[in-house]
Design a protein around this ligand. Structure first.
Ligand code: GTP
Ligand code: MG
Length: 491
């Protein structure tokens, strides 16, 4: 009977859908037979620029440009004179590396030219490479696309690489590195294996339930595996919103009555003049957004119009936009003028925004909010906290910078709670991940409800298909195009 079961295990593993593997996509991308070249370091004058090639003519290109024209030892940096193969004109003395496939980034033969970073040297070497037969300039993301096509990176690792290139904060970098290391892919492959076993058990029951020699409890085992998987998927799905915030930035909305110093605070936190500051109440009308690094976490900071009633139509529209933005906030930075708390606009803001959001109770289900009393420099000297009866708050002076360290510390705590710990926390960073995990979970729900074993087996296959697509197995061209669009030429 075990021989029969193992046949089923392998049959289930093959299945109609490809299992999660590191074999990459069946879609190698446009023109994969050609040899491509590009400047892989940043544009502009710099000390060293890296130009690389990938494809079957890489070795030929290397020999054509270098003197002496022999092929270099693999993966060893060698100093060579580069010259134009047509005119023989020297271009640079450069470090050159040869990575024969499949032990290279793309899995193909690759060469790297570490040249001096002057624009004339870079364009001279690029032009010389363009003149080598069989070589053409690379398209954006084409090197990575080839790495994916040759099974060097799974789709989630490709996404991790894109995120690492775009990482602007410490938290983003840590999270991207974990994904590039394949943590999410490994997790999915483990889950897919569990599903393969469960599927094998169900199919064994379908094929051999009539026979006496089928081990008892085969279906119970499958049910128990599915239940455990549901719990694990649920945990990660609940964390998905935090992962997306970690990748794209938490929405922090600065709000308050007019003239409280909201724009001053936005400029202070972003260290640039994003918004106009003026003593005239009602200066800011539109929502002004700026990405900032807040204590190592990525955030999208929004400045908004001062909230008040009885104003003209343009400011009214600004107030409407501010209120809409407040609804979408992950964290509200509520700003009040510490010397103007009794004004109708301040009282109204406290009653309608601060109190309902549950200031001082950020662990509750309510929206997160930090209350800041600005203009503390205008308070009478020696007055430590003039408003102890207000919900938990921080004193700040945008003018002198006093209280800023305390505010940054509080922001760090809030953002850590909103985004999770980048070293150990959420792994789902894109809605694509969430979509497939939810699809997998839904299919497991159908498995549990299926009265017919054939339908139950099909539900398991659908569930496994979602995990497979998450890591790039059976990926469609459109998804690949969207992901590779994030890359620059040369990566
Ligand atoms: N003394 C003092 N003045 C401040 C402080 N912060 C802001 N101001 C001043 O307060 C006035 C209003 O500042 P803004 O930052 O434009 O206030 P706002 O809340 O964005 O105002 P609106 O956009 O009109 O709603 C300006 O004259 C600022 O220079 C502060 O900490 N201390
Ligand atoms: Mg303003």
């Amino acid at each position: 009977m075990w021989r029969g079961l193992w046949t089923l295990v392998s049959r289930a593993a093959r299945g109609p859908h490809r299992p999660c593997t590191r074999q990459g996509s069946r879609y190698p991308g446009p023109g994969s037979g050609a040899t491509i070249f590009a400047l892989s370091s940043g544009q502009g004058r710099c000390g060293i620029a890296v130009i690389r090639t990938s494809g079957p003519a890489s070795g030929h290109a290397l020999r054509s440009l270098t003197a002496p024209r022999d092929l270099l030892p693999a993966r060893k940096a060698c100093l060579r004179l580069l010259s134009d193969p047509r005119s023989g004109e020297p271009l640079d003395r450069a470090l050159v590396l040869w990575f024969p496939g499949p032990q290279s980034f793309t899995g193909e033969d690759c060469a790297e030219f570490h040249v001096h970073g002057g624009p004339a040297v870079v364009s001279g070497v690029l032009q010389a490479l363009g003149n080598v037969p069989g070589l053409r300039p690379a398209e954006a993301g084409e090197f990575t696309r080839r790495a994916f096509a040759h099974g060097k990176l799974s789709l989630t690792e490709v996404e991790g690489l894109a995120d690492l290139i775009h990482a602007e904060t410490e938290a983003q970098r840590r999270q991207a590195l974990r994904q590039l290391d394949g943590e999410l892919g490994d997790l999915c492959r483990g889950w897919a294996e569990t599903l393969t076993k469960a599927l094998a058990h169900v199919e064994a029951y379908i094929d051999f339930s009539e026979d006496d020699n089928l081990e008892e409890g085969v279906l119970d085992q499958a049910d128990s595996e599915v239940r455990k998987l549901e719990v694990a998927l649920g945990v990660h799905l609940r964390d998905a919103r935090r992962g997306q915030r970690l990748r794209s930035g938490a929405h922090v909305v600065v709000a308050g009555p007019p003239n409280a110093g909201k724009s001053s605070l936005v400029n202070l936190l972003s260290r640039k003049p994003v918004s106009i500051v003026s003593p005239e109440p009602g200066t800011t009308r539109d929502v002004l957004e700026t990405p900032v690094d807040l204590a190592g976490f990525p955030a999208l900071l929004s400045d908004t119009a001062g909230l008040r009633e009885g104003v003209g139509p343009v400011e009214q529209e600004g107030v409407r936009r501010a209120q809409k933005r407040l609804e979408q906030a992950d964290l509200i930075l509520a700003v009040l003028d510490a010397t103007d708390l009794a004004s109708p606009a301040s009282c109204n803001f406290l009653d309608t925004v601060v109190i309902p959001a549950g200031a001082g109770n950020p662990s509750g289900n309510s929206q997160r909010l930090l209350l800041v009393l600005n203009k503390s420099d205008l308070l009478p000297a020696g007055c430590s906290d003039p408003h102890p009866d207000l919900p938990s708050h921080l004193l700040l002076s945008c003018l002198t910078g006093e209280g800023l360290d305390g505010l940054l510390e509080a922001l760090k705590k809030e953002l850590a709670a909103l985004c999770g710990d980048p070293s150990t926390g959420p792994l789902l960073t894109r809605s694509r991940h969430q979509h497939h995990l939810q699809g997998c979970l839904d299919a497991l729900g159908q498995y549990k409800q299926a009265r017919d074993l054939a339908l139950a087996a099909e539900a398991l296959r659908v569930a496994r298909g979602h995990l497979s697509r998450l890591t790039g197995g059976g990926g469609t061209e459109e998804i690949l195009d969207i992901i590779f669009r994030d890359f620059c030429v040369g990566k």
